[in-house]
Design a protein around this ligand. Sequence first.
Ligand code: GLN
Length: 305
Amino acid sequence: MFSLLNTLVEKNKKYGREGKVASYIPALSEANPDELGIYVVDSRGKEYYSGDYNAKFTIQSISKIVSLILAIRDNGRENVFKKVDVEPTGMGFNSIVNLEASDSGKPYNPMINAGAIVTTSLIDGKDVNEKLEKILEFMRTVTNNDDISVNERVYLSEKETGNRNRALAYFMKSTGVLDGDVEEILDLYFKQCSIEVTARDLARFGAVLANDGVIPWTNEKFIPKDVCRIVKTIMVTCGMYDASGDFAVKVGIPAKSGVGGGILATVPRKFGIGIYGPSLDEKGNSIAGINIITDLANELDLSIF
Ligand code: GLN
């Protein structure tokens, strides 16, 4: 496996030159587009890696999986899906038109910004700090990494420039989909997006989901199996934004991307996969990341379909 990963990193690095690092959050524009790293954790917890697997980056939209899991844990699945649907959008992750067009006023799904702002708003806690601590604790457990924390520079950069997310949130407040203090909800959303991780952290989290919520290295049942199933299903239909259909055909693995360049993928009962490649395609997915996981899925016959 190590030599396969080395070969695939060398082969796919070049794609970094064909995309662009995100710049709409100014602090993200400093990333090196040539970096590419991959980390794989199998169902017994054995780990394989290559390339820039140790590089740190912010989790961004991959945190949407965490807020969905915690929202379900705190409210039950019916109450969560009263506020957010589970349908693909065919539109960009920060689309505004979609929100007004939806009959119910609910965001289409929890993997776009509007949907994640709703799931974040449903996490219980007395203030932003307590809610953030719950998110960080969850992340530390599923990554086996006590150092997980927020990158303050990215957080402040996103908070300063996040007007599109403000527009989505205030619109949802006006329609009654969002309850509570909008600025506080956004503050927590910006913080959760700015949690710093490596490809290894994402691979371990992916391995927990692959293992139906049981942590491979402790055997603790951490996430209920039915919640894992819901999350993995929504990852297939919506996890790669409006490229999810193409990704399902080409790769066929539940996955979630973020504009920091990360991809978390989870192959049921087999592997958790974490990828870092900050250069993005026009949909906001890691360009070298998509290419390397396509090759890996073909080599190991990983498609779930
Ligand atoms: N923090 C980013 C935003 O809200 C997350 C988007 C993403 O990773 N696609 O715009």
